[in-house]
Design a protein around this ligand. Structure first.
Ligand code: UTP
Ligand code: MN
Length: 585
């Protein structure tokens, strides 16, 4: 069978690429670190010690400044996982739950069945090994020390991969075909062409089942707490296993989830197992990756409420915020999302063992709703007693709320925001604010947009407090044409005032280009300026300009990344881009 891109319709590929998240795809293979708006890592395609491999989420594209490789998510899988084009597309389509167009199907599902079979054999092998008292003694003791009963171990089909390089291999893969299949299933690692060894060695095995109960992969935990090896080793992505799609414990919990109308999402295998044993059975875990849109979409199909439970450490809080961002666009009026951050660095497992299941259930009942979590987290970061703090708060929250699907919740939350920052709710609903209804269209929009546009704030202050012109650095004239409301007007006025600070309002107006002239509504601008307390004027002014500068940088960076994608970066561009990425990182 010839394997060419042409066999899959272009529009299918485009729609796949528009849904896929390259950051997740790459992060599954090469752990990425966030650096500004991009993600970076040491390049997987050449040897290096400092990261020059950069992934841009907005552009859905990667580029290495060291060796020059670049491409989209499909290209990455082709290069990194040595897949064919069709295989890469199939893998992504599978993860996204997209049906491949008929002609593109190169692997019959019979192949999947073979993989399920070998995984089932491996599961039985690991289970049986855990019962071989002599070899598994330490593993069994470890599980007992952690309070797990034999019944729980059985329910989750826990197992043991003995020490040694080929226990599983010699037991279930006698011929080369089985070995190859085992590699595909993630059980064996292929070395030097025809040598194979067990991926999981001397680890407690947590089989991961799909929604129909078939084992699709494994998590393997080291025994005890000290080791040079990673604590958990997971199956790689395979044709039947995708971390961004699957949830540990879903199969075991499905009835409890349906019964309780709610699901608790935790981070670890042990959290799931331990909570179920303690009687909290509607629980699942993400598989060492962040929660994805697919996870949430899937859970929302069966249950109206998700409660995320995270450890109280910095990583837990970060993960909570990421989940919030994922959930926003899916949170319609029929669904609820709550957040529970455990105190004192406990994780759900240690929490129930210390305080009991009832205490955790109380915490779950009191978990913060997504809107409460959003508002309180943001409020902690700003000073709501001052106008600039309130502007910042409103601006940021507004961006988050905008992502919610249209509905009652969204409307109510915008009203709540308006109340908190003490402005007319109509500002956020795109209606005319009552107090301004008699003014002309533009001045009305100037006033409402001043709440969110730093350019209008800077302009208002500059017009009112002319001495600020002395603070204007020349670089601000380059801020022209940024996509922020009022920026061109601000730049034009700034340029005039920098040259002649004592000029009158009327003269400024006369000097402005015609296109900007009618937008120059001095009375309204002064009104806005007077909202700012006198002692805060300079700080507010410089702060607003700083926001414009930052936006300008982002735009320059986007432009450079686009050029990188099209392979048209000059040497000077490359240098600039690298500098900017470093600055951010
Ligand atoms: P934790 O470190 O919180 O693990 O990682 P845990 O479940 O509390 O582990 P115990 O209690 O020490 O046994 C949470 C999850 O992150 C993934 C695993 O899925 C783990 O359950 N993880 C963690 C890995 O994939 N690899 C690691 O090395 C560590
Ligand atoms: Mn734990």
């Amino acid at each position: 069978m010839v394997d060419t891109p042409g066999r899959i319709p272009e529009d299918f590929i485009q729609s796949l690429l528009s849904r896929v998240d390259i950051v997740e795809v790459i992060n599954a293979a090469v752990p990425l670190r966030k650096a500004g708006t991009n993600y970076v890592a040491c390049c997987p395609f050449h040897n290096e010690k400092t990261p020059s491999f950069s992934v841009n989420k907005n552009k859905q594209f990667y580029h290495c400044f060291g060796c020059g490789v670049s491409g989209d998510a499909i290209q990455f899988l082709i290069e990194h996982n040595s897949l064919s084009f069709v295989e890469a597309v199939e893998l992504l389509a599978g993860q996204l739950g997209m049906q491949m167009p008929q002609s593109g199907q190169s692997e019959p599902s019979a192949d999947h069945n073979l993989i399920y079979n070998i995984l089932a054999e491996a599961t039985a092998f690991f289970e049986q090994q855990l019962r071989q008292q002599t070899l598994a003694k330490q593993a069994v003791q470890y599980l007992k020390d952690r309070g797990l009963t034999g019944i729980t171990a059985k329910a989750f089909r826990l197992g043991f991969a003995p020490p040694g390089w080929d226990n599983l291999l010699t037991s279930i893969a006698k011929d080369p075909k089985q070995k190859e299949l085992g590699v595909k299933a993630g059980l064996f690692v292929n070395r030097e062409g025809n040598k194979f060894y067990d991926r999981f060695r001397n680890r407690i095995i947590f089989p991961i089942r799909n929604r129909r109960g078939k084992v699709i992969g494994f998590g393997g935990r080291i025994i005890g707490s000290t080791s040079d090896e990673p604590k958990y080793l997971n199956s790689p992505e395979t044709p039947v296993f995708s971390k961004s799609h699957e949830l540990y414990g879903y199969y075991e919990a499905r009835q409890a989830i349906a019964r309780s109308n709610s699901v608790l999402v935790v981070e670890g295998y042990m959290d799931v197992v331990s909570l179920v044993q303690a009687g909290i059975t509607n629980v699942v875990a993400t598989l060492g990756t962040a929660c994805t849109e697919q996870h949430v979409q899937y859970l929302f199909k069966t249950v109206p409420e998700i409660i995320f439970c995270f450890d109280g450490d910095a990583a837990g809080k970060k993960a909570a915020w990421r989940s919030l961002e994922i959930c926003l666009s899916l949170l319609d009026d029929q669904h609820r999302v709550k957040f529970l951050i455990l105190r004192d660095n406990e994780d759900p497992d240690s929490y129930v063992r210390k305080y009991g299941a009832a205490a955790l259930q109380v915490e779950m009942k009191q978990a913060a709703s997504l809107p409460d979590f959003l508002f309180t987290t943001m409020a902690k970061q700003v000073d709501l007693d001052h106008i600039d703090g309130r502007v910042q708060f409103a601006t940021q929250i507004k961006q988050y709320l905008a992502k919610l699907p249209e509905g009652i919740l969204k409307t109510m939350l915008f009203d709540r925001l308006a109340q908190l920052v003490n402005v007319d709710p109509a500002l956020f609903h795109g209606k005319k604010p009552r107090a301004m209804q008699r003014r002309n269209e533009f001045s009305q929009s100037i006033i409402s947009k001043a709440l969110v546009s730093p350019a209008i704030r800077a302009l208002a202050l500059l017009i009112t407090y002319r001495e600020l012109a002395a603070d204007l650095a020349t670089d601000i004239f380059s801020l022209v044409s940024i996509d922020i409301f009022g920026c061109n007007l601000f730049c034009a006025v700034a340029e005039i005032l920098k040259a002649s600070p004592t000029i009158t309002d009327a003269e400024i107006k006369a000097l402005l280009p015609e296109a900007l002239r009618e937008n120059f509504v001095v009375m309204d601008l002064r009104g806005i300026a007077h909202i700012v307390p006198k002692q805060g004027v300079r700080e507010e002014f410089l702060g607003a300009i700083e926001i414009l500068r930052r936006r300008k940088k982002e735009l320059v960076m986007d432009d450079l990344l686009l050029k990188a994608k099209q392979n048209v970066l000059t040497d000077a561009d490359k240098l600039l881009l690298q500098q900017m990425l470093q600055e951010k990182g």
